[in-house]
Ligand binder design. Structure first.
Ligand SMILES: [Zn+2]
Length: 435
């Protein structure tokens, strides 16, 4: 039995979305599960814990949840910028992805895990090729992964991809060490024809797995759907029964009123990716309208080809800022809402709010200590505001996943960065030299 106590920090629990700051509270965990969150004088006399972390001068809060990424795309960082989504995918990304090996995905994912841990991300939803390699990297890094094997219906090996996705999902559905409910990932309605999408829905129902899919990311996506399905991507997917399964929809930028109603009614998880949407000029999502409708909205960085980093705090700031510009309303997506999207909202979008997203007894001990000893975090009018509008990823001092310290005082405890950089450089050289 491994016991952990974190004391001396100010605390935001995010329980039920509460961003209030608690003073003098203590967190205890046993074998990675939170057993106490509250005033120190309410501690049960369980004896001295194995490890005590002094959080003095820090804010203790739930780790960030990256609800949509392609972690191994760190390999593509800076390789093709300043392009529109469709030519970017077709000319720059897919030809290189066709050459990826399991080692490439492993090292690219490990680099992504290092970057995310340093940015306070404790759980991420990954959609990528060779998902076993991504899971292996996440487990070695000690970060929680919600993996999904991507499948494309418009490539010659589409049937093989579908077979592999089924095998992967079945295998990992029963295997939950830091790996939570693997999903099917039909890439998008415009890349997976209706007939295959219907087979994916049936397979997901049979296995009980959720589906992770890009939805309504660009205007071109919507136009394609109008031409091919006669309606919007959300309504088309609703009509073919996609939302009869738990669905995590990445982007959801271009939405009609009816689309928003469907997303809220069917409890579709939304991964809002403002950085990627800005960089690819995809548009600005109707986040405040989604929140008003009661939709479950989390935040994603998307892959490093279109962002170009995995800094979820940056996404939270962008989410707050772009919503204000979109609505011409400076009260849209306030700091508290952005903070909730980065934590508990992400957990809801991933259907994991029963086990992560807030600091509550019974949940996994996934948390971070943010160092408040910085000029840009003084004076202390409002910590939720500081986190969203002023803090930086580098302010995250300690990252804990499942009760295990994976970064202590900015030092990673699970990943050899020099080795990772060297292996990633080797992969990148081979992949891009051939292009
Ligand atoms: Zn994506």
């Amino acid at each position: 039995m491994a016991t952990l106590r974190i004391e001396g920090a100010q605390m935001i629990t995010m329980a039920d979305g509460d961003t209030g700051v608690r003073e003098g509270w203590v967190l205890e965990a046993v074998d990675g599960t939170i057993t106490h969150v509250g005033p120190a004088d309410e501690l049960h006399p369980a004896g001295e814990p194995d490890e005590i972390i002094d959080g003095s001068g820090c804010l203790l809060m739930p780790g960030f949840i990256n609800a949509h990424t392609h972690a191994a795309m760190t390999l593509f960082r800076g390789s093709a910028d300043d392009m529109a989504l469709e030519p970017w995918l077709e000319e720059k990304i897919w030809p290189v992805e066709a050459r990826l090996t399991e080692d490439d995905v492993y090292w690219g994912s490990l680099l992504g895990c290092a970057e995310m841990i340093r940015a306070g991300v404790t759980c991420f939803s990954d959609m990528y090729h060779i998902p076993r390699a991504g899971v292996r990297a996440a487990r070695e890094a000690g970060v929680r992964i919600c993996p999904s094997g991507v499948l494309l219906g418009i490539v010659p090996n589409a049937e093989d991809m579908f077979e592999e996705a089924q095998a992967f999902t079945r295998e990992f559905a029963a295997d939950d060490y830091l790996c939570v409910h693997p999903m099917f990932a039909p890439h998008a309605p415009y890349t997976v024809p209706r007939e295959m999408m219907e087979r994916v829905i049936e397979a997901a129902k049979e296995i009980g797995a959720p589906i992770h899919i890009h939805l309504a990311e660009t205007r071109a996506n919507v136009e394609w759907s109008l031409e091919n399905y006669g309606t919007t991507p959300i309504q088309a997917m609703d009509e073919i029964g996609l939302f009869g399964v738990r669905v995590l929809g990445a982007h959801c930028v271009h939405l009609e009123e009816r689309d928003i109603e469907i997303i809220a009614e069917r409890q579709v998880g939304v991964a809002h990716c403002p950085g990627s949407n800005l960089k690819l000029a995809s548009g600005i999502a109707r986040t405040q309208d989604l929140l008003n409708a009661g939709a479950h909205v989390g935040l994603g960085t998307d892959g490093c080809g279109s962002n170009n980093n995995l800094d979820l705090l940056e996404e939270a700031r962008l989410a707050a800022l772009v919503a204000k510009v979109r609505e011409h309303d400076s009260t849209a997506v306030p700091a508290e809402a952005a903070l909730e999207m980065a934590t508990l909202g992400g957990a809801r979008a991933l259907f994991l709010d029963h086990c992560v997203g807030s600091l509550e007894v019974g949940k996994h001990c996934d948390c971070i200590l943010v160092d408040l000893d910085a000029p840009h975090l003084h004076p202390r009018h409002c910590l939720a505001s500081h986190l969203i509008y002023s803090a930086q990823a580098a302010d995250v001092k300690t990252t804990i996943v499942d009760g295990r310290v994976v970064m202590r005082d900015r030092e990673l405890t699970t990943i050899d960065l020099d080795e990772t950089y060297a292996m990633v450089a080797e992969s990148a050289e081979r992949l891009f030299d051939g292009s």
